[in-house]
Design a protein around this ligand. Structure first.
Ligand SMILES: NC(=O)c1ccc[n+]([C@@H]2O[C@H](COP(=O)([O-])OP(=O)(O)OC[C@H]3O[C@@H](n4cnc5c(N)ncnc54)[C@H](O)[C@@H]3O)[C@@H](O)[C@H]2O)c1
Ligand SMILES: O=CCCC(=O)O
Length: 505
């Protein structure tokens, strides 16, 4: 039975008093009902601080996912008729309810992702900012009038919601990635079946609980959350890709899975949105303000312990300043981060999400060192804080062409510094790989600023900033980093079809 603290429904005590323990629910949300798996199967959620199981959620079968899609399709028949004003009002209610439960939602994020509580609050607020932005966009889904070549015709366009959206999200940002996607789809008038990452289903469930509290406004089945274990992802995905009711698959995750799902969706010709992996170059030119660049790199590289798709991964520093840059970076790292319990509000650096994340980081560091890079600081796990607590690390003499980090995201707090000599050389290096999500650079030269911003082959560029993410900014990649844009005005448009209506006079 749930206790006031929420502790009794978790498998171990946590140092946080939930204001509303009912947000911790083990069931999935289908057709407006809270459901367990029919065969009672469950799967564990692990605390990244100690790798211990902390909660169980329903492990749904493919047939149960089909039921959720049917519920979303049925809800769509009603919801698609709602006016934009009504959708906006409902969205506002949902936003207000989430805001009122911000602390508990952040605590759940800390519990299942190991994010320090202060960082979890920032990510919840970031998620809420999308819902606020979409409230404004709902009523701006304008159509156009088009001059017809045939004099007695008139042509108009309208934007219509696409239908059922299947949303698949990753573990690394379990509130914001969901609200950025699901909020936009619902704003546009679509209904949603959400499959959160098996590592972090608890935030998704809590978000659905808060959605339910909007009351009768939303038809049952407008938002569905289907949970399952890691091995069940493929069958949930197969149902989503093959269903003729799902008209749009919106995926955030790795490039490999995104490519696979995109190919599967081609069979029923669904629209897809693909927010995939990055391998961001971060360039510091010889004319940069070095301390500013160091601060920007810390923000970009070490946010979420290096576990975001837009984290800098390949750090190019002009040879003439690289030594100075490395010293300043090391000194700043020593004073920027406060380590300790993730429940302490002063702490601002947390563990990696799982042993799998640690293994990848260790492999990248070992590979770089065995191929000639030098460990300048870090390179170890802070065992007193837990098995996944990999400390901020700097590598010198790194070479992207021969070391793993060059072609794969490290997804951890490792900064490999690569020296370069000319602008032409560094642009070639930055644009070499197939990823094209974000890039960053620092210069004080105005013509170089425009030249390099235009030459970088990515969907997003940060110039003299290390943090680019914002609800109003079109977020997305090119090449193998994705298709489509989230957030901004494009984020909502993405879930609509343009219909043209030709009227004869
Ligand atoms: N571009 C962006 O906006 C963005 C944002 C966050 C994360 N990412 C990327 O996500 C990756 C990290 O997340 P991850 O490790 O969870 O990625 P992942 O691709 O392994 O998993 C993402 C989601 O896909 C699901 N999944 C896996 N195989 C599936 C299948 N066959 N069918 C259906 N669903 C399946 C997972 O269960 C999870 O929910 C990184 O590459 C990161 O760069 C991109
Ligand atoms: O990793 C995911 C993206 C986080 C962000 O929106 O900055």
């Amino acid at each position: 039975m749930a206790a006031v603290s929420g502790i009794e429904i978790l498998s171990k005590p946590v140092p946080y008093q939930f204001k509303d323990p009912s947000l911790l629910d083990a069931r999935a949300y289908v057709g407006g009902q809270w459901v367990s798996a029919k065969n009672s199967s469950t799967c564990s959620v692990f605390d990244p601080v100690d790798n211990q199981p902390v909660f169980q959620v329903a492990n749904l079968s493919r047939e149960e996912v089909r039921g959720a899609i049917d519920a979303a399709q049925s809800a769509f028949q009603t919801y698609k008729k709602f006016t934009a004003r009504k959708r906006k009002e409902l969205l506002r209610k949902w936003t207000d309810i989430i805001r009122a439960n911000r602390d508990d939602l952040a605590a759940i994020c800390t519990l299942e992702l190991g994010k320090p509580i202060a960082e979890s609050l920032v990510t919840v607020d970031y998620g809420i900012s999308f819902l606020e932005w979409f409230q404004g966009e709902v009523e701006r889904l304008y159509g156009e009038t088009i001059p017809a070549a045939k004099g007695d015709n008139r042509i108009f366009t309208t934007r219509e919601p696409q239908g059922v959206v299947a949303a698949i999200t990753p573990w690394n940002s379990p509130v914001a990635m969901i609200l950025r996607k699901v909020g936009a789809a619902i704003a546009a008038g679509c209904t949603v079946v959400l499959k959160p990452a098996p590592e972090t289903p608890m935030c998704a469930i809590a978000i659905a609980k808060l959605f339910e509290r909007v009351g009768d406004g939303y038809p049952p089945g407008t938002l569905n959350v289907v949970t399952g274990d890691i091995s069940g992802a493929a069958s949930i995905g197969a149902e989503m890709c093959e269903s003729i009711f799902v008209r749009h698959l919106s995926f955030t995750g790795s490039t490999a899975v995104g490519k696979f799902l995109n190919a599967e969706c081609a069979k029923t010709l669904k629209k897809t949105s693909m927010e995939l992996g990055g391998n961001a170059p971060f360039i510091v030119f010889e004319d940069a303000d070095i301390q500013k660049a160091v601060d920007g790199l810390i923000a970009s590289k070490f946010r979420s312990s290096g576990q975001t798709c837009v984290c800098a991964n390949r750090i190019f520093v002009h040879r003439s300043i690289i030594e100075n840059f490395a010293q300043k970076l090391k000194a700043s790292l020593e004073t920027t981060f406060i380590y300790g319990s993730v429940w302490d509000s002063k702490v601002n650096f947390g563990p990696l999400y799982s042993p799998k994340g640690v293994t990848k980081v260790q492999q990248h560091v070992e590979d770089a060192v065995s191929n000639g890079a030098k460990l300048f600081n870090g390179g170890f796990i802070k065992e007193d804080l837990g098995p996944n607590f990999y400390v901020p690390t700097i590598l010198l003499d790194a070479k992207p062409d021969t070391m793993k980090f060059g072609s794969e995201e490290t997804f951890g707090p490792v900064a490999p510094l690569v020296p370069f000599d000319t602008e032409e050389e560094v642009l070639k290096l930055a644009n070499t790989y197939q990823s094209g999500l974000a890039a960053y650079f620092y210069t004080e030269n105005i013509s170089r600023l425009w030249r390099v911003a235009e030459a970088l082959d990515t969907g997003m560029v940060g110039v003299r900033v290390g943090l680019i993410s914002a609800c109003e900014q079109p977020f997305g990649g090119i090449k193998e980093s994705g298709i489509g844009r989230e957030g901004s005005k494009f984020g909502v448009e993405d879930y609509t079809n343009v219909k043209s209506i030709t009227v004869g006079l």
